[in-house]
Design a protein around this ligand. Structure first.
Ligand code: SF4
Ligand code: SF4
Length: 118
């Protein structure tokens, strides 16, 4: 990725899939109904609400290709509406890229050096 320009492919970025908040991505009833059991396994419940589960600072459904240094949503066809509505290049995307700069890179370093067992 060059500077903080919008990447051509979100697989080079993935910053919007990173968060420390257990309420980062809400899973509404319509999302839940669309999900298969595998996608549902990446969710968690808080009170009476569902969210994508956060594991080690990132969505549990996020796939990491350590060798290539790329990322992919592991439930892309079943992902929640919140994720579907986040278009690359929008103000939310820009905010996410600014706020979470370095997180994917730091994860890749941890995985490549064996400092992370996931
Ligand atoms: S939508 Fe924006 S923040 Fe999310 S992965 Fe794509 S470029 Fe990155
Ligand atoms: S469901 Fe997919 S697109 Fe949405 S935060 Fe998780 S990995 Fe990212």
């Amino acid at each position: 990725m060059r500077g903080d320009a919008v990447p051509d492919d979100c697989r080079a970025c993935a910053r919007c899939c990173f968060s420390e908040s257990p309420e980062h991505v809400r899973v509404f009833d319509g999302d839940w109904d669309r999900m298969d059991t595998r996608a549902q396994s990446f969710t968690s419940r808080l009170d009476n609400r569902r969210f994508m589960r956060i594991d080690d600072g990132r969505c549990a459904a996020l796939l990491v290709d350590v060798e290539r240094g790329t990322f992919a949503c592991g439930i892309y066809e079943k992902r929640p509406d919140v994720c579907r509505s986040l278009d690359r290049g929008t103000s939310i995307c820009v905010d996410e890229r600014r706020a979470k700069a370095g997180r994917p890179e730091a994860l890749l370093i941890r995985l490549r050096t064996g400092a992370d067992e996931t």
